[in-house]
Ligand binder design. Sequence first.
Ligand SMILES: [Zn+2]
Length: 579
Amino acid sequence: MLAAEVTALYPGRARMRPRPPLTARMLLLKRLLAWFQPDISRPLTQAWLAALWMSLLANWPLWEQLRSLSLGTGFLLAFAGMVTAATGAVLSLLAWPRLIKGVLVLLLLAGAALAYFIGTYGIVFDPSMVVNMVQTDARETRDLLSWRLLANLLVLGALPAWWLLRRPRAPHQAFRHRLGGNLAAFGLGLAAMVLLALSVFATLSSTMRNHKSIRYMVTPLNAVYSVGAVAARNLAGPKGPPAVIGADARLLPRAEGAKPPLLLLVVGETARAMNFSLNGYARPTNPELSRLPATQLFSLGDVTSCGTATAASLPCMFAPQGHSAFDADKPQENLLDVLQRAGLAVLWLDNQSGCKALCDRVPNDFTTQLPAGATPLPAGMCNGEECFDEALLHALDRRIAALDPERLRRGLVLVMHQMGSHGPAYFKRSPPDLKPFQPECRSNELQQCPREQVVNGYDNTLVTTDRLLSRAIAWLQTKQARFDAGMLYVSDHGESLGENGLYLHGMPYAIAPAEQTHVPMILWLPEDGALATSLQPGCLATLRDKPASHDNLFHTVMGWVGARADVYKPEWDLLAGCR
Ligand SMILES: [Zn+2]
């Protein structure tokens, strides 16, 4: 019988029945339940709820990776517990009424974005990634935005953040009590993490040893650690002017009537050695350079980079110390300062996000800034935000004419900093008339494209670089009446194109795959030039198979243009062995 019918049959009865009073036993039960029910306005509760959310959900790439390793459900549960306990422990220290909500909102959003990038590109987050992020520019960032990123941000970050911001204000608690509670929660979290780690120790230690990148995947602790490490580094070091290197820089005397050197140093971007047909790649990615005589063009097939990201590689490439001894935290002058001190003209021309402070004390320019009186860039060369690399060749004579004539008489080192193969939007880096490999991936979400299309888009960028270098050489040939011209091209680091699920670059160097650390290096030296004739015949060809690295760059350039300083090491000069 329905309630409405009961009311109709016995009018007044349903309304009149009184609520039974709470018995003493029920009151006790209710109080007990309230004691177990966490008060979500408390900072500590919020910290642990957020820790649970981020550990379990914002770490979806981590759980996917661990699941693929088939380590068993027990291990997965223990690892999830460890991540939650560690995150909760760290956040407990920050569980203060005026602080916690802001911290959690920031971490929830950062964790959501990280989940997307780690899951989509297989990148890991370490201190050098923070440096890359700080040094990047708007167009590089725009290349990374997508709807799936927005979805991750909304669901994993904004949704819990919105919920959190609507919680009532924390009840008052004495400072002493709150500190005690936070420290106790920190200790308990740490203890839980250690106990869980011990319970699966054998599997844990072997997994961490064999899959080193996993430790950088734990979100948001990776972000907290990396940002903290970079901040500490920046606060610690006194930031004075860069230390002087090569104070005794000078030029070797030139033979009577010999032309001054003109070295074009092309700093490539994200080009990997194995995709150059000059290095044996099966597809014709070097159609123009391959046509140059083998007596002039030398592609070195075994060159390793100094870092796996621009921000790490560039300063190291231009330093004399080499990969093992270079310390990025100690600001010092670089190759360009030494060349300039020796008396040469130096010009840095940039088609990217800048020179990472390398060109601070030498003449420098962007492709988008044309010298006075220059003809405008051809239509389609630039889109208002960025230019194709061939813009580097535009108005060159005018740019050079603006340099100090006294220095020019002694020689010129011209650096071109390419946009090269910068990803993930490879398709933006090759002009419409230079896309021989089809179809190419037209998305910045590389995992959404078939791998062949990703490689097509990437290889098209290399064909674009091939044409740039070949046209640069043609320009150098027009300067041979005045200069002893030559070119040295080298990329800053390589790129992963989906090998083992990895994309892009920036892996910690010690665990980076060869795709990211093996870079192309190409020398062009016309055989009738003064430098080439001063070398033993046939000697340059032996360089093709000799291992080399970014360590050689500083010293090879110094030797190439006849500059000397106390920091010059002939044993690292690739040409010294041929003199
Ligand atoms: Zn780079």
